[in-house]
Write a protein that binds this ligand. Structure first.
Ligand code: 0A1
Ligand code: ZN
Length: 879
């Protein structure tokens, strides 16, 4: 049976506490690849006042039930009710010991949930509801208990046997088998259970916590990857130290495991003391991983480590509260990366990601509040909204309360709730109570979906030297939520003179002017702020550091944007101003093109970009961010009806125009940065590579880039430079690209992660022919439809990052993709559902494309035996 087939909607308002405590869980595994036998012993005790006898309700999926006993009496089918995925034992006494035995089949588990096979080893994934594929249990996060796990297996095939907590016993058994026992002293929900069994190799280090605990740090990988674990280990040590320094939080066990697998539906999983990671977020060597990969590893290692407190010690009452642990933990990993690298660059990347991934979600058929009110399949709610928007809402608490107020709130949160399964309201109360403030209205952020739009207008009265900013907030209707309330928006503001000097701000009624960024609070539908003693009409620097996750509308004049780009003290505002200017120019040329007019290059854009390129003081990574034009999908989101070809052509025209106009600057900077110095992992070396490679991407628009890229490729000693050069050559259809791809393939064919990059380079190439390439690449020996990383690299990149390919006017991209969704659904519904969401924005395209996409959505919807995962996505899209 497939996942979530019931298609039943579950509502947050229907939450009922589980009537039983589970005092302990004893698990015994007889490990086998084809069949694993699982015996479980659970001690149930009715909670106070629940009134015995009561039914015990358990969850299970795809389990072959062998036996079940209640207080040592064997139950027959007359003694329990087995219906779909629930097993009910009616009228159990106050204290009930339940013993079950089931058989499960890891080798045929292609959904990668529960116990499954990866290469030659076995591992588990239990969040959100995978534990029910291992044994019968109340598989819900508010049932927390202590686990003792006994693992028995053939020793030569499974020399390593891991589970959560501390190792308490090892024993040799007859016939070449062995046993290892693990005990986790911390009560935990079932979604944090993990086991790993196989022949894995180990890299070890240790960390001494502030209070003197010597923690053994162990990263397990397949033997050939032992030389790619250094960065992950360093990131783990840095995470542990950072959480002590910044949040006063220490690790609480003597051992911390990380296991890397090539077969994983997501990035990584925070199982107590036994994290399981997609190998993409562990393995790195300079010649195999890019700077972005290194940064991704640092962020995800941090994220999973930080979950130990925000997620594991304090967990979620129910899955509607997912953002309680995820929004908070993303905020923590963002802060960690900001403290480790450049704060400004990190902030810009976070904002770019939010705008390009979360805004469309908030405006589409799956729009939901960060704390959803209902779902059919919880796996569909591991979204940019719950994670990334959730983190911006945590950031707003931080902005409103300040670092010390926020830390006070965190402290109270742990004091009150350590060891509990709680709600977003509990978090809000801790923040409010610790700071003695009322956050009730702020709480609307948890229940309202959609991205607020803030319309800003200004007025300067030269005679009174008064400057008034008026803000109006509107959150558009989203599915199921017609009427919206005003939200609390921290509004960080600066005012500049036209020469770029920062003005001291004095609100009307205040006695003195204060210089620097001013934090104002907007909480009504409309609000005005008046400043006095403003000597000239200023340039407003709005929502500095992106102080609220809103769409900001203000009619900047080109010269005002130029002032912000050149002078603003806030890196986000400078970047945003450059993006706005580029966006205005591209969209304008797109409109001209649609009217059949010649496209022309905006001179103020050239001037602004010349300014950026001439800045020799700024962090090169910041300049690289400013030079990166808004991507095609983001631009498409700004149009009433997305013009796929128009945006592509206009963006290309502008990029090429800038490249020609500023060629000397680009090539000069490229030459300076391309100084032949050997690879280094430092932040500054990464920053220099990012600027160098963006310069190269511009130069590839003119005649000069090709030979530079060829030379860079030949001499590169790291994957960042290699990939930048190769991707450039592939995109421009250079004759050098063919050989480069072939050589790359020959060199890396046996390397799963590097081959993902090879697939991406080809899947991302614009144009309606790419679907043919992608289809052919599915037959490549390095591709497997069963492997999520491969699917994301080839099929996901084509559908989500290649607009002119996916949206080819003849519908070939859509038809290909719909076939893949159907094919994938039979194997891995979670991945299929992610892929299906590529159609979510279908209503934003022209009539022809709309009709074609609708047909494909309907074809998916009518495919037989569809999973609950894909049904939910597709039926919402069609609604
Ligand atoms: N909690 C993990 C993400 C995760 C979620 C679901 C998974 O399988 C369905 C796996 C991982 C995190 O936030 O890192
Ligand atoms: Zn997480």
């Amino acid at each position: 049976m497939k996942e979530g087939i019931a298609g039943k909607t579950i509502y947050r308002k229907d939450y009922l506490a589980y009537p039983w405590d589970v005092n302990h869980l004893d698990l015994h595994f007889d490990i086998g690849i084809e069949t694993t036998i699982v015996r479980a012993e659970m001690a149930f005790e009715l909670k106070d006042g629940a009134g015995a006898p009561q039914d015990i309700v358990l969850n299970g999926s795809d389990l072959q039930l062998v036996s079940i006993r209640l207080n040592d009496r064997i139950l027959t089918t007359d003694d329990y009710v087995l219906e779909g995925e629930t097993l009910t034992i009616p009228g159990a006494p106050q204290n009930s010991i339940l013993k079950t035995e089931v058989r499960i089949h890891p080798a045929s588990n292609s959904a990668l949930e529960g116990l499954y096979l990866s290469g030659k080893f076995l591992l588990t994934q239990c969040e959100a509801q995978g534990f029910r594929k291992i044994t019968w249990f109340p598989d819900r996060p508010d049932v927390m208990t202590t686990y003792r796990v006994t693992l028995e297996a053939d020793k030569s095939n499974f020399p390593v046997l891991l589970s959560n907590g501390n190792k308490t016993e090892t024993a040799e058994l007859p016939s070449g088998r062995h046993r290892v026992c693990w005990q986790d002293p911390f009560p935990k929900p079932s979604y944090l259970f993990a086991l790993v069994a196989g022949d894995l190799s180990l890299v070890e280090d240790h960390f001494i916590t502030r209070s003197g605990r010597d923690v053994s740090l162990r990263i397990y990988v397949e033997k050939e990857n032992l030389d790619r674990c250094d960065h992950a280990m360093e990131s783990l040590v840095n995470s542990m130290r950072w959480d002590e320094d910044r949040f006063d939080l220490e690790y609480d066990l003597d051992i911390y495991h990380i296991v890397a697998t090539n077969d994983f539906n997501m990035g990584a999983m925070e199982n107590k003391s036994l994290n399981i990671f997609n190998s993409k977020y562990v393995l790195a060597r300079p010649d195999t991983a890019t700077d972005a990969d290194y940064q991704g590893i640092e962020g995800v290692i941090g994220h999973e480590y930080f979950h130990n407190w925000t997620g594991n010690r304090v967990t979620c009452q129910d899955w509607f509260q997912l953002t309680l642990k995820e929004g908070l933990t993303v905020f923590r990993d963002e802060e960690f990366s900001a403290d480790m690298q450049s704060r400004a660059v990190k902030r810009i990347r976070v904002v770019r990601d939010l705008r390009s991934r979360q805004f469309p979600e908030d405006d589409g058929p799956m729009a939901h509040p960060i704390r959803p009110d209902h779902y059919a399949e919880i796996n569909n709610f591991y979204t940019a909204t719950v994670y990334q928007k959730g983190a911006t809402i945590i950031r707003m608490y931080h902005t409103l309360l300040g670092e010390s107020g926020f830390q006070k709130g965190m402290k109270l949160y742990f004091e009150r709730h350590d060891g509990q399964a709680v709600t977003c309201d509990d978090f809000l109360s801790a923040m409010a109570d610790a700071n003695d403030v009322n956050l009730d209205r702020f709480g609307r952020w948890y229940s309202q979906s959609g991205t607020p739009q803030v319309f800003v207008s200004d007025h300067y009265d030269a005679s009174t030297k008064r400057y008034t900013l008026t803000l109006k907030q509107i959150t558009p209707a989203t599915p199921g939520q017609q009427d919206k309330l005003p939200l609390v928006l921290p509004f960080a503001l600066g005012l500049l003179t036209s020469q770029g000097e920062e003005l001291a701000l004095q609100l009307e009624g205040e006695t003195e002017a204060v210089s620097g960024t001013r934090l104002l609070i907007m909480e009504e539908a409309q609000q005005a702020f008046s400043f006095i003693n403003i000597p000239q009409a200023p340039v407003p620097s709005l929502f500095r550091d992106y102080s609220a996750p809103v769409k900001i509308f203000f009619d900047y004049l080109p010269e005002q944007l130029a002032t912000l780009i050149a002078y603003d003290s806030d890196a986000y505002v400078r970047w945003d101003a450059a993006q706005r200017m580029a966006q205005n120019a591209i969209l304008e040329q797109c409109r001209q093109r649609a009217k059949g007019n010649e496209m022309v290059l905006d001179t103020s854009l050239v001037r602004a970009f010349r300014g950026i390129m001439s800045d020799n003081q700024a962090d090169p990574a910041l300049l690289a961010e400013a030079l990166q034009l808004p991507d095609e999908d983001y631009l498409a989101e700004q149009m009433e009806v997305a013009d796929v070809e128009g945006i592509h052509e206009a963006r290309k025209f502008i990029k090429k125009g800038l490249a020609i106009e500023l060629e000397a600057l680009f090539s000069g900077r490229y030459a300076t940065l391309n100084d032949g110095s050997p690879y280094q992992k430092t932040a500054i070396a990464m920053a220099r590579r990012s600027l160098k490679n963006i310069c190269l991407s511009y130069l590839l628009e003119t005649g000069t880039g090709e030979s530079l890229a060829g030379a860079q490729l030949a001499s590169s000693d790291n994957m960042t430079d290699t990939l930048a050069a190769m991707q450039g050559l592939v995109l421009m259809d250079s004759p050098l690209a063919k050989t480069a791809l072939l050589e790359f393939e020959t060199k890396w064919q046996a390397d799963a992660l590097v081959m993902d990059k090879w697939f991406i380079m080809q899947a991302i190439k614009p144009g309606s022919n790419t679907v043919t390439t992608v289809r052919a690449l599915m037959d490549h020996p390095a591709f497997s439809i069963q492997n999520p990383n491969k699917v994301r690299a080839l099929i996901g990149v084509f559908a989500m990052l290649n607009p002119t390919g996916f949206h080819a006017a003849d519908g070939s991209g859509y038809a290909f993709h719909a076939d893949r969704v159907i094919e994938l659904d039979a194997l891995n519904p979670q991945i299929a559902a992610r892929m299906a969401s590529a159609f979510n924005r279908w209503k934003r395209y022209d009539e022809g494309r709309k009709a074609l996409m609708k047909t494909e959505l309907e074809r998916i919807a009518s495919a037989g035996g569809l999973s609950g995962d894909v049904s939910e996505i597709v039926s919402n899209a069609l609604r």
